[in-house]
Ligand binder design. Structure first.
Ligand SMILES: C[S@@+](CC[C@H](N)C(=O)[O-])C[C@H]1O[C@@H](n2cnc3c(N)ncnc32)[C@H](O)[C@@H]1O
Length: 389
């Protein structure tokens, strides 16, 4: 696979080899293999070396992949309308963004809320990557100097009693997952071992909780023997830790994924693991550790179940297209007609990328998880897909 991709330069190669060396040492110390989830965690988040923790450009046209906030400010401006309604219904409050990437979404949401006269008390950002945190700080300082005092980078989760909106765009897909094979009688995990020129798969045992979770999926989705897929075992504790801090308001999660029965559909018998390197998408996670993103789709039924177990209500589930349209995307687009025709065409093209079914419109889904919130939230008033979860 590596030979089909653009070659990294000598500096990047050295960086990747340093991370690969660190992973090899951990594999040796672990008796010759580690679970895939640990390999993915090391590839993405090893301080200073992991994909999200080191300095290469990741987002946007010159990076490895493009997220919705990088495509158009319309995305964040639409989300701001959902935030404004929840903030009002919660009697004011804060916004917490998890995994803020380049900081673009924060800029667009805050800019629109400012224009609406509905700013949150604070806009808090929780970011695992020190490198991305520094980039977010630079961008927000440059783009919104007057709102600087409201933006806070948290070192840990907020205090209990949080009111307002918690949100995360494309964060769940960047969490380390287990990869498994259903044998027909039980689950085997994929572990990672070393070979002369890199890494290779080896089969390993799952712990009792993971085995039970996979057996439930196999039963519910009638998996055939040999079926390979992923399980995000970090989702439940992550969601629980946010939910227990949310006293009033909504947690909004946007990502690519499916309800469980579609996720574990017979057609997807090799799973959803995907890697992104300089706008190339491929399925080999062993390629250039630290230089490529590794992702898995999101099981939105698992998100809903974890939320309900944590005492939240699923107040909405729909596609990104329906969500943005119900937040007023077409009205915002009309606003762009006041500029030049060329500018309008550019913005209309961005809007198409966000909502067309063959682009991001249907692949991306939005789920709202609420506590003590008695309103119909903009975004979720149109097409309700909760019955599919
Ligand atoms: C695919 S990027 C998406 C960035 C941004 N939200 C966007 O839409 O452009 C994933 C982001 O989530 C962050 N991240 C991953 N796990 C996280 C966690 N548990 N808490 C906070 N941030 C996390 C990564 O460091 C990165 O900023």
């Amino acid at each position: 696979m590596a030979s089909d991709l653009p070659a990294p330069d000598a500096h990047e190669r050295a960086h990747s080899e340093a991370l690969a060396g660190l992973i090899r040492r951990e594999i040796d110390a672990g008796g010759g293999a580690i679970p895939f989830s640990r390999f993915m965690e090391l590839c993405l988040y090893t301080p200073g070396l992991g994909y999200y923790s080191a300095g290469r450009r990741k987002f946007g046209a010159g990076g490895d992949f493009v997220t919705a906030p990088e495509i158009s400010p319309l995305f964040g401006r639409c989300l701001a309308h959902a935030c404004a309604a929840v903030l009002t219904a919660s009697g004011g409050g804060d916004i917490l963004e998890c995994g803020a990437g380049s900081g673009r979404l924060a800029v667009d949401i805050l800019g629109e809320l400012d224009a609406l006269g509905r700013l949150p008390g604070r806009y808090c950002i929780l970011e695992r990557s020190a490198d991305l945190r520094a980039r977010q700080q630079d961008l927000l300082r440059a783009r919104l100097p007057r709102l600087q005092a409201r933006v806070v980078w948290l070192e840990q989760l907020p205090e209990h009693g949080f009111r307002g909106v918690m949100l995360a765009n494309e964060v769940l897909d960047a969490m380390a997952v287990e990869r498994f094979r259903w044998t027909g009688r039980g689950a085997e995990l994929f572990h990672v071992t070393t070979v002369v020129d890199g890494f290779a798969w080896r089969s390993g045992a799952a712990d009792p909780d993971t085995r039970a979770a996979i057996a439930r999926i196999a039963d519910e989705c009638a998996l055939d023997a040999g079926y390979v897929s992923e399980l995000n075992t970090s989702l439940q504790p992550w969601l629980h830790s946010l939910a227990e801090r949310l006293a009033c308001g909504m947690l909004l999660l946007i990502d690519y994924g499916y309800p469980r029965r579609e996720y574990y559909h017979a057609q997807r018998s090799s799973g959803t693991l995907m890697c992104h390197y300089r706008q190339y998408a491929h399925a080999d996670p062993f390629c250039w550790p630290g230089l490529q993103d590794i992702t898995a789709h999101v099981d939105f039924t698992a998100v809903a179940e974890a939320a309900v177990a944590a005492g939240l209500a699923v107040c909405g589930y729909t596609t990104q297209a329906h969500f943005l349209l119900d937040c007023g995307l077409d009205r915002l687009l009309q606003g762009a007609m006041n500029g030049s025709e060329l500018e309008y065409l550019r913005v209309a093209q961005q809007a198409k990328t966000l909502i067309l079914p063959g682009e991001m419109g249907e692949r991306f889904q939005c789920i709202g998880l609420a506590r003590e919130l008695d309103i119909e939230v903009p975004g979720f008033r149109g097409v309700d897909l909760r019955h599919r979860l």
